[in-house]
Design a protein around this ligand. Structure first.
Ligand SMILES: [Zn+2]
Length: 307
C-alpha cells in the first residue's frame, strides 16, 4: 500500500485506523459510503505514548475535521470504554486509547478489536452476503462475525475466539493456559513454530508437500496436514454454529493465497466423502480469500466509528 496523504484534507469523513505490529495505517471514507478518499500510514513504534501519538498523526494527515474515528487494534479491547490491554507486539500493557484520542481531537472515537474491525471491512466488500465470518489467520486464529452489517460481540466479547477450543490432538500448550487449543496448530504462529526451515513457512510447506523429491517432503506433508486440519476444524465449527453465507480468510497466512485455499478445500472435500450432511453444507462455495491490496482493517475500523 502506498502512503497517500490527501492534499485537500477532506472534512466530514469517517477516519479508520488499523493498528498493526509494523505500521499504523488509516483511511478516510466518504461519510455515506465505503469509498476510500485517502490513505496514510506511519511505522509502528513501541509503547503506549508512541501509539497514541502515531494514531493522532495518521488521523490529522487524513482529515482536519472527521465526523468519527474508529480504531481497530490487537490486544484485549473493551469496546465500551475504548481501553486496550496487552498489545504484545507494541509493548503496550495498558492504554486508554479511545479517551486520549477523543480528548485530543474532540471527535467521538470507537475502539474495536482488529479481527472484528477486519470483519466489518470484509463484510462491506461482500455486501450482498447476509452473514459474513472473517477468519483471521495470523499469529493466532480468530473469527469476526457480522450479521446484516452489524458486529456480533456476544455477551462478553469473545464471539469468534475459536482458536481456543481445546480439541487439537497433539495437546501442545497454549499461551491462554489450556492445552490442545486449535490455535497451537492452525495459525501463522503455529506454522512458524512447526516449520523453522522457511520464511514465511506456509507457501514453502505446501510447495514441499507436493514435491516428492524434496528432502523435507515427508515432514512438510505432516506439518501441512496438522495446520490445515486445525483450520478446517475451525471452519466446520463456524459453519454449524454461525452458518454464515460467506467465510472470508484474512490475516498474514491468507496471503499464501490460492494454494492455501486449495489445501483447505481439499480437506473439506475429504470430510464430505461419505457424509451427505457435510456435502450439503457446500462449504467450499462459501469460502473466499480477502481481497488483496484492500485495507479491510482500516475500512472496517472507520465503519466501527459509524456504529
Ligand atoms: Zn488457547
Amino acid at each position: 500500500m502506498t502512503s497517500q496523504r490527501s492534499e485537500s484534507m477532506p472534512s466530514g469523513v469517517r477516519v479508520g485506523i488499523d493498528v498493526g505490529g509494523t505500521k499504523i495505517a488509516g483511511v478516510a471514507l466518504a461519510s455515506e459510503s465505503t469509498d476510500v478518499l485517502a490513505e496514510y500510514e506511519v511505522p509502528a513504534r513501541q509503547g503506549s505514548e508512541a501509539l497514541v501519538e502515531d494514531v493522532l498523526s495518521v488521523v490529522r494527515a487524513l482529515s482536519d475535521d472527521p465526523v468519527s474515528i474508529g480504531i481497530g487494534t490487537p490486544g484485549r479491547v473493551n469496546s465500551s470504554t475504548g481501553e486496550v490491554e496487552n498489545i504484545a507486539n507494541l509493548a503496550v500493557d495498558y492504554v486508554d486509547l479511545g479517551r486520549l484520542v477523543a480528548a485530543a481531537t474532540c471527535v467521538e472515537v470507537h475502539v474495536e478489536n482488529d479481527v472484528n474491525a477486519a470483519a466489518l471491512g470484509v463484510a462491506a466488500q461482500a455486501e450482498a452476503a447476509s452473514t459474513v465470518v472473517c477468519l483471521s489467520i495470523g499469529t493466532g486464529i480468530a473469527a469476526g462475525v457480522v450479521r446484516n452489517g452489524v458486529l456480533d460481540r456476544g455477551f462478553s466479547g469473545v464471539v469468534g475466539e475459536v482458536g481456543h477450543v481445546p480439541i487439537e490432538p497433539h495437546r501442545w500448550p497454549c499461551p491462554c493456559g489450556q492445552v490442545g487449543c486449535l490455535e497451537t496448530a492452525g495459525s501463522g504462529g503455529a506454522a512458524v513454530r512447526l516449520w523453522p526451515h522457511d520464511t514465511p513457512p506456509m507457501p514453502a510447506i505446501i510447495r514441499r508437500a507436493h514435491d516428492a523429491n524434496d528432502p523435507l517432503h515427508m515432514q512438510a506433508v505432516d506439518v501441512r496436514d496438522t495446520v490445515i486440519r486445525a483450520i478446517v476444524d475451525i471452519i466446520d465449527m463456524l459453519a454449524v454454529t454461525v452458518d454464515p453465507e460467506k467465510i472470508i480468510l484474512a490475516g498474514g497466512m491468507a496471503k499464501t493465497g490460492q494454494p492455501l485455499l486449495d489445501e483447505i478445500c481439499a480437506e473439506l472435500s475429504r470430510r464430505a466423502e461419505g457424509s451427505k450432511f457435510i456435502t450439503s453444507l457446500h462449504l467450499d462455495d462459501r469460502l473466499a480469500l480477502a481481497p488483496s491490496g484492500v485495507p479491510v482493517g482500516a475500512i472496517g475500523a472507520a465503519l466501527c466509528g459509524k456504529n
